[in-house]
Structures are given as C-alpha cells and as structure tokens.
Design a protein around this ligand. Structure first.
Ligand SMILES: Nc1ncnc2c1ncn2[C@@H]1O[C@H](COP(=O)(O)OP(=O)(O)O)[C@@H](O)[C@H]1O
Ligand SMILES: [Mg+2]
Length: 404
C-alpha cells in the first residue's frame, strides 16, 4: 500500500495510517485503500528542526471514498537514541493547534474567513510524537518568500493577521480558555543557544563597530547591553501583571520559513498561513511584533513606516476584540508602544544577531569562512553595505530611546 522508501520511518506503516484515518473520521470501520509517503524536505526530511513528510491517503468511510493530502511532522531520528529527548515542543504544538481552532471558530463567528493555520488532522505521542496536518499547498498556499517584498501592503497583511491571532489569544485567555503555563518556551533559558546565536555575534559586531569611524558613541552602550541582554531576554519571555501590560500567545518563531503565501495571477502575495507552533510563548506581543518588523518589513519600509506598522497591528487587535464583544479595557496604542520600548532588547538582538546572515554575499564564501565559529562570515556580513545601511538607521534609535 505504501511507498517503500528507506527514508520513511518504519513505524509510519499501514497500521499507523489506518489508526490516524479512523481517528480523523471518528469511525473505527474506516479503511485506508491506498497511501503514499515521501519526505517533504530535501535530504530525507532531516535538515534540522522537525522531520516532515507528505502523505496522500485514499480511504473509505461510511461507503464514501475520499482522498486527503497531509503533512506528517515528527521528530528527526537521533542515531542510537532509544527515546526522543524532548517531547515538549510537540506537546506545545498540539495544545496550540487546539487553541488555534478555537480562535478560528471565534473568527468565523464574526464573519472573518481568514485562515490562521493548517487544520490538525491527527496527533499522537505514540509510537513517536507526531502531528498530521492538512497539506496547505493543496489550498494554494505554495509560496515562501526569500526576500522581503518592498510593497508595504504586504507588510500590512502580516500586521493585520498577527493582530487577529494575538487578539484571539488575548480574548481566550481573559475568558480562561487555556492554561498559559503550557506556553513558557524561552530561547533565553538555553544558555548554549544564546551564547552561540546572540552573544558571539554581539561580541564580534562590537569589535567591528569599534573600527568604524563616527560610531564610537555606540560602542560602550553596546558593551553594557551585551552584559544585560540575557537577563532582559528572560524577562521579556515571561508574562507580566499590571493594568497596562499585554500578554498574548506569541508564535515565537515568526520568520519567513514559517509562513506560506498565496499569490494572485499578477504575483501579488494576497494571503498567508502560519506554520510551526512549537515555540509558542505567552508573554508580551513585542516578541512576535519584533520578529515581524525585521522579517516581514523591508529595511526601507521599517525606517519609513515602523510606527504605522505597529499601529496597523494595534488597530486590528482592537477591532477583533470589539467584534468579539470584549467589554473590558483594551490595551491602547500607547500601552503597546511602551511594550515595544520596554522590550527593545529584542529589537537589538534581532537587528544585530538574527539579520546579519541575510546580508552575507555567498559568492564571497571561502573555505576558511566556515572555520572558527564562522567568525569571518560574521565580520564580512557586518561590514557589508546592506547591513551597515540597516544598522546605521537602527543604532541612533536604540541609543536615544534608552534601549542600549
Ligand atoms: N501543513 C503544511 N502544509 C504544507 N507545507 C507544510 C505544512 N507544514 C509544514 N510544511 C512545510 O514543511 C516545512 C517545515 O515545517 P515546520 O512546521 O516549519 O517544521 P520545522 O521548522 O520544525 O522543521 C515548512 O517550512 C513547510 O515548507
Ligand atoms: Mg519551521
């Protein structure tokens, strides 16, 4: 019945597919007639992150024959490991899909037909943590962006969608529909990760900056920031109490590989869907908004329209809450701007440590660039015209608004 392929885990067998379909159809008599599974990512579905497979399944339930196209997401096989080390990410994603379907129902109840995420078809922690999702390529969400479009309308679409998603989670939290304690992911708890991803690039950037003329005034504040960024980050990833603070469910990893787009006939990106909810965190919306500002707003639009982007998100957040009949205090735009400022540490980290690779010219790659923790790639990227142009717009704001 299946496609024999050494890259497909043995447990993804007839019995497993059958139990998924019976569960999906809520019918123990449902029968799988035919299915095929193939890796959805290159190199056997194991290029970091999860192992992802595409499965098409033809089945019969209550005398009706149907076909579904699914994505099967599971943990990559770790050689010699008996049991997967960490199931938390899959538990978070499964819990999150349940909340997302509640938000989706709320949106439908107010006549909003936007689709936030793929439909969850089946999930199980046995024999391995696994999630079956509808394959959204079939719904024409088949495009991933490589570079951020210059069209600000595109960025506005992102701001609005994020506003809806966050408003739904804000509302559900206020009516106690989920337990925020399930969503406590924080990259800042992983010292090895923050050392490699944030501290090293910061250190090298400060070294590079010290060689640029006219930038001396930023060096000391950045050195001080480097000492504090980890504790500031820990704080940003925790929910806060207070009448003007805002807590929402953040996607937590809101970058371009986790969003698929639909294109109109003229190529305009007209609709989007979010993927990959393994790092969701209940905390300030500044987390996703910062990701959004740097991953879905071009450098020139961020300079021109930063506040407008935040205001469009806020306008949507308020509108959705009002449509849902939310009667209590709704955070004001100023509350949100204060969140962005108080969590400005996230912007510094994103601008310096997460953006530099997108400015690296891979045509200049030499073998030694890959040695010594890719130090020379960082130096080349920080000294590139694109990065320099971006960061010289950001540094004065970081300094004069007290973020560094
Ligand atoms: N429901 C889906 N429909 C279509 N493609 C998907 C779906 N879920 C994941 N993918 C594809 O698989 C890739 C990896 O999935 P993702 O959930 O981001 O896992 P991870 O980043 O943890 O490996 C996505 O970038 C996308 O290309
Ligand atoms: Mg992903």
């Amino acid at each position: 019945m299946s496609t024999a392929d050494s890259q497909i885990p043995l447990w993804m067998n007839d019995k497993f597919i059958m139990s998924a379909i019976c569960h999906y159809e809520n019918n123990p008599q449902a029968k799988v007639l035919q299915y095929s599974i193939e890796p959805a990512k290159k190199s056997g579905g194991n290029q970091g992150g999860s192992a992802v497979y595409r499965a098409s399944i033809i089945y019969c339930s209550n005398s009706i024959i149907d076909k579904i196209f699914t994505i099967i997401k599971t943990q990559p096989v770790v050689e010699n490991a008996e049991k997967f080390e960490d199931e938390t990410a899959f538990n978070v994603e499964t819990s999150m899909y349940k909340i997302l379907s509640k938000i989706q129902l709320l949106m439908q109840s107010i006549g909003d037909s936007d689709v936030l995420c793929p439909r969850l078809i089946f999930q199980s922690m046995e024999p391995q943590p696994v999630i079956f999702l509808e394959d959204v390529h079939m719904n024409a969400f088949d495009f991933m962006i490589d570079t951020i479009p210059e069209d600000f309308e595109f960025s506005k679409m992102i701001a609005r969608r994020l506003g809806k998603f966050h408003a739904g989670s804000y509302y559900l939290n206020k009516i106690k529909q989920f337990n925020p304690a399930y969503f406590t992911f924080s990259i800042y708890e992983d010292y090895q990760c923050i050392n490699m991803l944030f501290d090293k690039p910061l250190r090298i950037f400060i070294e590079v900056l010290s060689t640029w003329k006219g930038y001396e005034k930023y060096v000391e504040p950045l050195r001080a920031f480097r000492k504090n960024f980890a504790s500031l980050g820990l704080k940003s990833y925790k929910p806060h109490k207070g009448s003007t603070t805002i807590n929402v469910l953040n996607h937590g990893d809101f970058h371009s590989r986790n969003v698929l787009f639909k294109r109109d006939l003229d190529g305009t990106l007209s609709d989007m869907i979010m993927l990959d909810f393994q790092t969701c965190v209940f905390a300030t919306p500044a987390i996703d908004l910062t990701y959004a500002l740097y991953n879905f707003v071009s450098d020139s639009n961020r300079n021109k329209h930063r506040d407008e982007f935040i205001a469009i998100y806020h306008q949507q957040f308020v509108e959705t809450l009002k449509q849902l009949g939310y009667q209590k205090h709704i955070p004001t735009l100023m509350d949100l701007q204060i969140e962005m400022l108080k969590n400005g540490n996230l912007q510094v980290i994103t601008a310096i440590c997460l953006k530099y690779l997108s400015y690296f010219d891979y045509n200049t790659l030499e073998p030694e660039d890959l040695t010594n923790g890719m130090r020379s790639i960082k130096i080349k990227a920080f000294n590139s015209n694109g990065f320099k142009k971006m960061i010289e717009q950001e540094l004065p704001r970081f300094l004069y608004s007290g973020i560094i």
